[in-house]
Write a protein that binds this ligand. Sequence first.
Ligand SMILES: C[S@@+](CC[C@H](N)C(=O)[O-])C[C@H]1O[C@@H](n2cnc3c(N)ncnc32)[C@H](O)[C@@H]1O
Length: 277
Amino acid sequence: MFHYLWNLVPESTKILLRGDYNYCSARFIDRPRDWLALQTQRLLGKNFLNWYARRLDQAANQVSTGEGGKHLKAHEMMKTGREDLEVAKRFGLKPEHSLFEFGTGFGRSAQHFISYLKKKQYCGNDISKGRVRQMTEYFELIGLSNKEPEILVTADNTFDWLNGRKFDYVWTMAVLSHMPDEDVVAFFKNARKIMHENSTLLALDTHIEGYNDVFRYNAKDWFRPPEWYCDAIESVGLVAQNATDKMVAGAGSQNVGHPIGSKGMKFSSHLVAATLK
Ligand SMILES: C[S@@+](CC[C@H](N)C(=O)[O-])C[C@H]1O[C@@H](n2cnc3c(N)ncnc32)[C@H](O)[C@@H]1O
């Protein structure tokens, strides 16, 4: 009945109702629910990272312990990520180098970095214990555990949990767009702690084409142009480079190519690099 009535509503009215979103339910149910949960957590003294980690864990824990390997092996997303390794190689990554990945997710890119690098040269972190658990089960299933990757579950962006260790490369993809502005700046500032004078930090993310400012799409997604990231990098005394021309075809967000919202906002991927000098 509802669908029948909804089909009678003119498209122009539906667009007016959807606003920036693809679905009315996203605008009127999902987003307000997220905002409410986020503000409630704030009142309880929790920060954005605590809220987001909890949200991701609730989803990741739908897959039971022991099932993560099989689950991820069948997942289309895990068939991607090879191009990310090629991007890092363009910046000189060799098997003997060490690489730290900020925000591993389910190990989509990590699987390729770990295969390529020598034993114990890969280290990564994520805020979601559930995601890290699934990823670890997946690495066991596909025989990557013998490379002894080190994965940390972390609760802040301080990098103090690495006790001053330095890495040749720092990689992050599709993570900064899920962090508030001040956390992104803190990430760049603190990443200095794990960089030596020849380290390269590579940050791949997504922006909205033709939009030159920060766009907060919902409670957990911020789209920022590469220039914003370069300014943030320079503000903490690192040297920034917009290196989007060094991207490899196929690398970047899986969302690229899918316009969002009734305004048809289009995503593009970008790559920024940071060095100490
Ligand atoms: C969209 S996924 C991307 C995962 C992976 N980098 C990839 O390319 O497939 C974002 C991931 O970043 C993690 N994340 C978000 N904020 C983080 C933070 N402050 N520190 C570490 N990981 C974070 C999330 O838990 C999530 O797994």
